[in-house]
Design a protein around this ligand. Structure first.
Ligand code: TXA
Ligand code: MG
Length: 322
C-alpha cells in the first residue's frame, strides 16, 4: 500500500528534483528553489521576469545552517540573528565559496533568512539544503500574502504551492547589513529601526540618494499595484478625492467621502494588523478598476514606517494634482 505524501513531502521531493515551488513564510509567499541547482535558480529569474543583477535571498533552517555559507558573522549582526531568527529579518553577510555567484548576482554578500512559518521551517529541516526564495510575484508587482495571489500571478507555470494559509506579518523582512563597520537597514520591515537600536545601538538607514544601489529591491518603483497609487496625509485626501477613486485609510473612514469606496487597514488602529492587511487590500483594489488608489500616510513608527515606505514606492504613477 502506498502512503499518501504530506504537502511538505511533495514540496521537498519537487525541490530536490530542481523544481520551483511556492512556499509560505510569515512575511510573504516565496518562490523557492534549491540554491545549488542552476536550473532552479534560472527558472526563478525567468518566472519572476527579474533582472539578473537582482540577487536572491537564501533561506535556511537555523543560524547554524547559515555558518558554512558565510565568511564571518559581525558581532552586532549575530546579536540581531540571535534575537530575531527565526523571524522577519534578513542579514546581508559576506558569502563563502559555497554560495553560487548566480544567486548573489556576482556580489560578495549573501542575504540570509530563517523563516518562522511552521510549514517552511519543517520543510527546510527535512530537505536540509538552502532554498533561494524571492517574493512570489513578478518583478515590481505586489508581494503575495495569500495562496490565491500566487495562483493569479503564476497559474499553471508553477507545479506546486505549499499552502500555509495567509501570511501573518504581511510585509517583506527587514534587511540589515554592514557598511564601513556600521550596521545599516537596507529595507524596512515590521522589525523596526527602534527595536534594532535597542539591541545593537545606532544603525543607519539606506537612502536612495546614495549613488550605489546594494539592494536592487530598493529601486524607487517597486511593490506597486497596476492602478495609479498616491500616498498623502489624511487631511489632504478630501481635497484630491474624485469619483472613481478608492481610498485606503488606516483606522477610520473619512466622513465626507462615500464609505463604499473606502477600505480600512485596521479598525483597532493596530499597525501590525495594518501591515498584515496591506497587500491583500491592494491586490483587491487593483482588480476593481479604480482610476486611483489614495492611501493615507500612517504614523511613522514601527510597522507604520515600513508601510509608508512601501506605499511611497507604489506611488510611481504621476501623482494627482493637489
Ligand atoms: O520577507 C522576505 O524577505 C521575503 C520572503 C519570501 O522571505 N522575500 C523577499 O525576497 O522579499 P525579494 O527577493 O523579493 O526581496 C529581497 C531583496 C531584494 O531587493 C534583493 O535585491 C535583496 O533583497 N537582496 C537579496 N540578496 C542580496 C544580496 N546578496 N545583496 C544585496 N541585496 C540582496
Ligand atoms: Mg520582492
Amino acid at each position: 500500500m502506498t502512503k499518501t505524501r504530506t504537502p511538505i513531502e511533495i514540496a521537498a521531493a519537487l525541490l530536490s528534483d530542481g523544481e520551483v515551488v511556492a512556499i509560505p513564510t510569515e512575511t510573504v509567499y516565496g518562490l523557492a528553489g534549491n540554491m545549488y541547482n542552476e536550473n532552479a535558480v534560472a527558472k526563478i529569474y525567468e518566472l519572476k521576469k527579474r533582472p539578473k543583477q537582482n540577487p536572491l535571498i537564501v533561506h535556511v533552517a537555523d543560524i547554524n545552517s547559515a555558518i558554512p555559507l558565510i565568511e564571518d558573522f559581525p558581532t552586532k549582526l549575530l546579536a540581531l540573528a540571535e534575537k530575531f531568527m527565526p523571524g522577519p529579518l534578513t542579514l546581508l553577510l559576506n558569502k563563502s565559496g559555497l554560495v553560487p555567484n548566480s544567486v548573489t548576482a556576482g556580489s560578495n554578500r549573501v542575504a540570509i533568512r530563517v523563516p518562522a512559518h511552521p510549514l517552511t521551517a519543517e520543510l527546510l529541516k527535512i530537505i536540509n539544503i538552502p532554498l533561494v526564495a524571492p517574493s512570489a510575484n513578478p518583478y515590481t508587482r505586489i508581494s503575495p500574502t495569500k495562496v490565491k495571489h500566487v495562483e493569479a500571478y503564476f497559474g499553471s507555470a508553477l507545479k506546486f504551492i505549499l499552502d500555509g494559509g495567509d501570511c501573518t506579518i504581511g510585509l517583506e523582512s527587514t534587511i540589515v547589513g554592514m557598511e564601513n563597520n556600521q550596521p545599516i537597514i537596507y529595507r524596512q520591515g515590521v522589525i523596526s529601526k527602534q527595536e534594532i537600536e535597542t539591541i545593537i545601538g545606532p544603525v543607519g538607514s539606506y537612502t536612495t540618494e546614495k549613488s550605489e544601489m546594494p539592494t536592487p529591491g530598493l529601486a524607487p518603483k517597486h511593490y506597486a499595484p497596476l492602478t495609479a497609487t498616491t500616498l498623502i496625509e489624511r487631511d489632504k485626501i478630501e481635497k484630491v478625492f474624485e469619483t472613481g477613486m478608492a481610498v485606503l485609510v488606516f483606522q477610520e473612514a473619512i466622513s465626507s467621502i462615500p464609505t463604499e469606496v473606502q477600505y480600512i487597514l485596521s479598525e483597532n488602529g493596530s499597525l501590525a494588523e495594518a501591515a498584515q492587511n496591506l497587500y491583500g487590500l491592494l491586490h483587491e483594489l487593483d482588480n476593481k478598476g479604480f482610476k486611483n488608489i489614495i492611501c493615507e500616510m500612517l504614523p511613522d513608527i514601527g510597522p507604520g514606517s515600513a508601510i509608508n515606505d512601501r506605499l511611497k514606492r507604489a506611488s510611481h504613477k504621476p501623482a494627482i494634482k493637489n
